[in-house]
Design a protein around this ligand. Structure first.
Ligand code: HEC
Length: 112
């Protein structure tokens, strides 16, 4: 009687345990801390136009940015933000980020 009423919960527990194992075995999740994920997702927004990690999109008509050093990239992003450099879109996008966020993005996407 007791076992019958508990059994569904045991099954549920095993199910959740299995799910836990699955997520632990996913390298991207186990090796990336929450703050890293936040930082990576900031840089990921650039991939829409500049390609994954800034490698560019074939015939995409967008500048490739992964050849720039982090420092050079940050300089350009700050120039867009301040209005010193104009563009079709980047001067608008850059204004949406704090200087710290631009630094983080440049560190991630800049040439290593
Ligand atoms: C909607 C498309 C789009 C997105 C999203 C975008 N860019 Fe751009 N980016 C451009 C375009 C177009 C240019 C050329 C300048 C202009 O017209 O604004 C450019 C130029 C640049 C340049 C100057 C490249 C050079 O050779 O001097 C840098 C650096 C850059 N983008 C970085 C970024 C970063 C970092 C992000 C993410 C935060 C980003 N871009 C997101 C379209 C985009």
């Amino acid at each position: 009687m007791y076992l019958q009423s508990v059994r569904p919960f045991i099954k549920l527990g095993l199910g959740i345990g299995a799910l836990g194992l699955l997520s632990i075995s996913t390298p991207a999740i186990s090796q990336t801390s929450a703050s890293n994920i936040n930082q990576l997702s900031l840089a990921a927004t650039c991939a829409n136009c500049h390609g994954t990690n800034g490698v560019g999109v074939p015939n995409g008509g967008m500048p490739q940015i992964n050849h720039l050093s982090s420092e050079a990239m940050l300089t350009q992003l700050k120039a867009f933000k301040s209005g010193a450099r104009t563009g079709t879109i980047m001067h608008q996008l850059a204004k949406g980020y704090t200087d710290e966020q631009l630094q983080t993005i440049s560190n991630i996407l800049g040439k290593k």
